[in-house]
Design a protein around this ligand. Structure first.
Ligand code: NAD
Ligand code: GLY
Length: 361
């Protein structure tokens, strides 16, 4: 496949868009120019990522009116303050409604940039250039954008689909081991929640993936994007099936909020969350002990946490989980596995079992 042919398309009628996946995409000027069509282009990134990858984008866009906006690095800066920083610079440079924002970075930069694009002058175009594994397999696809509130993760945001997604697998070469493993949590999530065949493939190819074997990675990223694209096409606004992509996230977001968005990475928090979901599902008789053990084993082999932080008591944990966006009238709805590659959203579980499970950790 040439880089100009999309590996995956997110099918949303007139808002459909391509996901290009390959090595060296950032050096394909014609692909960049066809993906980013506006005259005014604001590339949003942070210092670390821009130093590595902004130059080829800026070179490709040298005939356009470009602006590079750098945000502070880290989940704790995924706030309304970051939106203000971007908007301030867009106004300063008189960027109008035809402009395009380009998110160059991980999920933090992607979520912030997408929300800035959704809000600036009531909505402008944006393109995702994800540079972490997590962003390449998940956050750059599907149009969920937003920022955190100190009392709740991703509490402020909008659905706003990108114009296209450019995944350059070469950018993963500079990613730290810890960030790479955190991204693997979302890859494993697709297998556990939705696709038994992919789950088997991950199990078999985990060592190759952790070695960042190029062909294994290309397959993992493309399969993850394909699974997510299908779910988003069927349920863009999360009326049903899309919630399954949140396996482990209700527990995980509570961990991230409790720890001030600083000590646990998102992928680490949802890894512990998926293990808690598997244990609750086993206690509720939804899965057998073999699948619970297989789940814990996958995350252990990946070097990810299987337990929440020890100082998080069940009362605090449950109060934080009740703020989850899936909660209805204070009732916590969880995504629980019901078999390999199968999951459901449910509030039909024993609260007592959940408290016991959390207190045991
Ligand atoms: P991140 O954006 O904080 O990036 C992790 C770190 O890696 C940062 O320090 C970043 O500067 C650095 N980095 C990025 N690319 C690099 C590269 N190629 N080489 C070296 N360093 C690099 O974290 P993340 O894991 O990418 O994203 C997590 C965020 O994504 C969370 O806020 C989470 O809520 C969000 N998310 C959103 C969705 C969605 O659908 N919108 C889905 C999943 C997660
Ligand atoms: N990451 C979950 C979703 O996009 O729905």
């Amino acid at each position: 496949m040439t880089p100009n042919e999309p590996a995956v398309t997110v099918d949303l009628d007139e808002r459909s868009y391509p996901i290009h996946i390959g090595c060296g995409l950032l050096s394909h000027t014609d692909l960049i120019l066809s993906a980013i069509t506006s005259q005014q282009v604001c590339i949003v990134s942070n210092e670390q990522v821009a130093a590595l990858y902004a130059e080829p984008l800026l070179n490709a866009l040298s005939e356009r009116d470009t602006l590079l906006t750098l945000l502070p690095e880290g989940e704790q800066h995924k706030t309304l303050g970051a939106i203000d920083t971007i908007v301030d610079q867009l106004i300063e440079r008189a960027f109008d409604r035809t402009c395009c924002l380009v998110a160059l970075g991980g999920g933090v930069v992607g979520d912030i940039t997408g929300f800035a694009a959704a809000s600036y002058q009531r909505g402008v175009k944006f393109v995702q250039v994800p540079t972490t594994l997590l962003a390449q397999v998940d956050s750059s696809v599907g149009g969920k954008t937003g920022v955190n509130h100190e009392r709740g993760k991703n509490m402020i945001g909008a659905f706003h689909q990108p114009e296209s997604v450019l995944v350059d697998l070469d950018t993963l070469n500079s990613l730290s081991d810890r960030e790479f493993r955190a991204g693997m949590a979302e890859v494993i999530k697709y297998g556990l929640a939705l696709d038994a065949e992919f789950l088997d493939w991950i199990d078999t190819n985990l060592d190759a993936l952790l070695r960042r074997d190029q062909s294994a990675l290309a397959k993992a990223v493309a399969t993850s994007c394909r699974i997510k694209a299908d779910v988003v096409a069927a349920d863009e606004r999360e009326a049903g099936q899309r919630a399954l992509l949140n396996l482990g996230h209700t527990f995980g977001h509570a961990i991230e909020t409790h720890t001030g968005y600083s000590s646990w990475l998102h992928g680490e928090a949802i890894s512990a969350g998926m293990c808690l979901a598997a244990r609750l599902a086993e206690t509720e008789g939804l899965i057998d002990s073999a699948l619970r053990r297989r789940t814990e084993d996958l995350f252990t082999r990946t070097g990810l946490p299987t337990e929440p932080p020890h100082n998080l008591d069940s009362d605090t944990f449950i109060a934080l989980m009740a703020r989850d966006k899936k909660a209805r009238s204070g009732e916590i709805r969880l995504v629980l596995p019901v078999g390999p590659g199968k999951s459901v959203t449910t509030s039909d579980y024993s609260q007592r079992n959940m408290v016991q499970l959390i207190d045991k950790t």
